[in-house]
Design a protein around this ligand. Sequence first.
Ligand SMILES: Nc1nc2c(ncn2[C@@H]2O[C@H](COP(=O)(O)OP(=O)(O)OP(=O)(O)O)[C@@H](O)[C@H]2O)c(=O)[nH]1
Ligand SMILES: [Mg+2]
Length: 314
Amino acid sequence: MNTGLVTKILEGNILAASRLMRGIEDETPDAIEDLKSIYPHTGRAYIVGVTGAPGVGKSTLVDCLINVLRREDMTIGVIAIDPTSPFTGGAILGDRIRMQSHCIDNAVFIRSLASRGWVGGLSKATMSTIHIMDAMGKDIILVETMGAGQAEINIVRVTDTSIVVLSPGMGDEIQMMKAGILEAADIFVINKADEAGADTLKTELEVMLDMRVYPPGGWKPGIVLTEAIFGKGAEELTAEVLRHKQFLVSSGGLEKRRKERAKVELFEAIESSVKNHIYNNIDEGCLEKLVDNLVQRKTDPHSAALEIIGQFSQ
Ligand SMILES: Nc1nc2c(ncn2[C@@H]2O[C@H](COP(=O)(O)OP(=O)(O)OP(=O)(O)O)[C@@H](O)[C@H]2O)c(=O)[nH]1
Ligand SMILES: [Mg+2]
C-alpha cells in the first residue's frame, strides 16, 4: 500500500486520485491494496445517475447541475461513461470540452471511462472510481451513462437517485431505452423543452407512469422539463434530486439502496476472486482432460465448471 498516495487522496488531491484511477484501469496489485485502504473513508457521497439516449443533452444537463450545486458550495465528482467511442476518445474529449468551464475549479473533478475493455467489468470500474471521488470528499457524484446495455442498467441500479433524460422529436426513444432503466428512474427529465413535442412527450410519459402501481407512501417519479442549453430548469431539477434524497432518507430507502449496492459489489468481488483463484491454482492435467472431454462432447461447459468448482470446495 502507498500510504502517501492514500493520504493525499483523502485530502482531495486530484493528481493522487488520477494516479490511483489509472492503477485501477491497469488492475495493478498496488491499486487494489490502495482501494482497500480508502474504502473505510467512503460512503458519504450522494450518487446521482444521469442516463439517456445519445444526444439528448446529458452532458449539457450535468454542466447545469454542476453550476447549481457549486452555488450551494457542494463539491462534485463527474464520471462520464461513453459507450460510443471506446477507443478513439473522440466523444470523451467532447464531454471534457463541454464541461471545461469547470476544469479549473478544484471542487469539480471530471473523469471519463470508456465502456469497453474493462477486464473486471464496467460497473466494478465505475464503483472504484466512485469510491475514490467519495474518499476525496466529493459531496455529490454525477454518473453519465448512455443507458442502452445491461452494463449501464447495472450502474443505474446502484445510484442513489437515477435521472432518465428524454427529449422531444425522438419518438421511439422510450421504446429504445431498456425497460430496466425506465423502471429504475426516480426522476424523468424532458430536455430540449424549447423544441416542439415536449408537451406530447410529457403526456405520454404521464400515461406510462399512471399505469404503474405504487406502494402506499412510495415514490412516484416526477417529470422535470429543462432547456439545458439555456440553463433553464436546472434549479427545479436540483430541487427534485434533493427532494428524492429527503424521501430516501426518511423512508429508509437510502439504506436499502446502499445495502443493495454493497451486495452487488460483494458479488462482483466474489466472482473475480473465485475466477482468479481457480485460474491460478487449477491442476493443468485435470483442465486438459476436461477440455478434451468438452471437445469430444463427453461433457458440457456448465457441468465441467461445476466439477472444477467442486474440486476447490472440498
Ligand atoms: N435545443 C436544445 N439543444 C440542446 C439542449 N441541451 C443540449 N442541447 C444540444 O444537444 C446536443 C447534445 O448535447 P450533449 O449534452 O452532448 O448530449 P449527450 O446526451 O451528453 O450526448 P452523448 O454523450 O453523446 O450521448 C448539443 O449540441 C447540445 O448543445 C436544449 O435544452 N435544447
Ligand atoms: Mg455526453
